[in-house]
Design a protein around this ligand. Structure first.
Ligand code: HEC
Length: 233
């Protein structure tokens, strides 16, 4: 060993080296060949035994792969274009750009929801009304294919004595449709025309807009007035 090392070597004053000369250092005799060999073999022995089989995958890698798989799924769902080759055909006709305004199609489900919200409190979800108070819409002779009559009643309301299916009513229906959009009124009246065994044609939003424009801002109809314009069959 290097005796001239002032840290480890014998002290200049000739006294035997002290353990605490250099904190943490081993005394020179610890580095004899014999000791070194022993130290080496001890270190070699203390090493971890190599184990058989697979080492477990780091957990974060598992998560990373799951996240990647999820992202790939979302990406494919959004961008696969139904796996159709046409998706990437640059010469394919641009449907959205050339198509005109979408034709109105009455939706029975929307019609029923709107009817239940706007009309059913009086005419009942069954369309049967309430005896003596609210006239029935199911099988009503007022709903006979003359959609303009029905639309006028819904848009402007009606009040006064009237006969429906042989019974007399003298009630007051407010202008429910005045606060609704054309399409909403079209869904409702189409539903009324075809629910509970009624079999009348559906109504479009354009037809509603036309009748709304024709009657303008006005008060409720009286049954007499509306029957003069649209007599019952
Ligand atoms: C506040 C209660 C009330 C609401 C809400 C109401 N109605 Fe009426 N409706 C009446 C009454 C009352 C009459 C009869 C009026 C009369 O006696 O002059 C009537 C009459 C009618 C008639 C003509 C008579 C018949 O039975 O065929 C139709 C059609 C009609 N309503 C459709 C509707 C539709 C569609 C709605 C929903 C958009 C609606 N009503 C909402 C109370 C109501």
């Amino acid at each position: 060993m290097n005796d001239r090392n002032p840290e480890r070597g014998p002290r200049r004053d000739g006294r035997p080296p002290r353990r605490d000369d250099a904190p943490g250092s081993l005394p020179p005799e610890a580095f004899s060949d014999h000791k070194l060999t022993e130290l080496h073999s001890r270190l070699a022995r203390d090493k971890e035994e190599p184990s058989e089989g697979f080492s477990s995958t780091p957990v974060f890698l598992v998560f990373l792969l799951c996240a990647l798989g999820f992202w790939a799924g979302v990406y494919l769902t959004r961008n696969a274009g139904g796996f159709s080759a046409k998706t990437f055909d640059l010469n394919a006709p641009k449907v959205a750009a050339t198509a005109g305004p979408k034709a109105f199609v009455a939706d029975p489900k929307k019609g029923m929801e709107l009817f239940n919200a706007q009309c059913a409190s009086c005419h009942q979800p069954t369309g049967l009304g309430l005896a003596g108070v609210f006239p029935p819409l199911a099988g009503s002779d007022w709903i006979d294919g003359d959609n303009e009559r029905t639309l006028k009643i819904v848009l402007a309301g009606i009040a006064g004595e009237m006969k429906v299916k042989g019974n007399t009513y003298n009630g007051n229906m407010p202008a429910i449709g005045a606060a609704l959009k054309d399409a909403q009124v079209a869904h409702i009246v189409s539903y009324v025309n075809q629910a509970w065994g009624n079999a009348q044609p559906a109504v479009t939003d354009a037809q509603v807009a036309e009748v709304r424009k024709k009657i303008g801002a006005r008060g409720q109809y009286s049954p007499k007035e509306i029957l003069a314009e649209h007599p019952l069959k």
